[in-house]
Write a protein of this length. Sequence first.
Length: 188
Amino acid sequence: WGTRPVWGDSDGLRRLWRYAETRHAAGQPCDVWSIDHFAAFPQEWPRRLILGWSPPGICVECGEGRRPVVAKELHFTQATHTRPKQGTGYKAGGLGVPGENVATITGYACACPTPDAPTRPAVVLDPFGGTGTVAMVARALGRYGVHVDLSADYLRLARWRVFDSGHAAKTTQRTATERQTEMFGDAA
């Protein structure tokens, strides 16, 4: 190892991973499952994944997740008489007209013939739950967060963090007014 940077050669990351798997802080060989390891990450990461990959509700009639109903419009960004002639357009599907497609979520639908069927919250599973960030964000977004961890200490910490601490209230307050389209940078 020495002072040579690990990233300098093609095998460097592989060597670093093998070292991290088999050594603890003192450098002695150990069982990697027997030591504490913290995999902290910001709430924004699970927030984006939950909004993008889990439905806001599950229909109790058909059991399908409610999917967004999207209305798309082509908005022209430049008048056609002032643009230079071009063979193919950009951003507008090759129409030769500068523009962009704007998508707006107008509602949510499932396989039911009645769009107003009741729903229940979707379930988000985190099989390596840790401190409960995913479960906390899922709860703030109106989903059920299922948290699994081998450590009883982490389970206690996650329970406190999701239900009793102020962290969950802050997360709920932040996400209460946000829409799914903000995940892609669109204005609310």
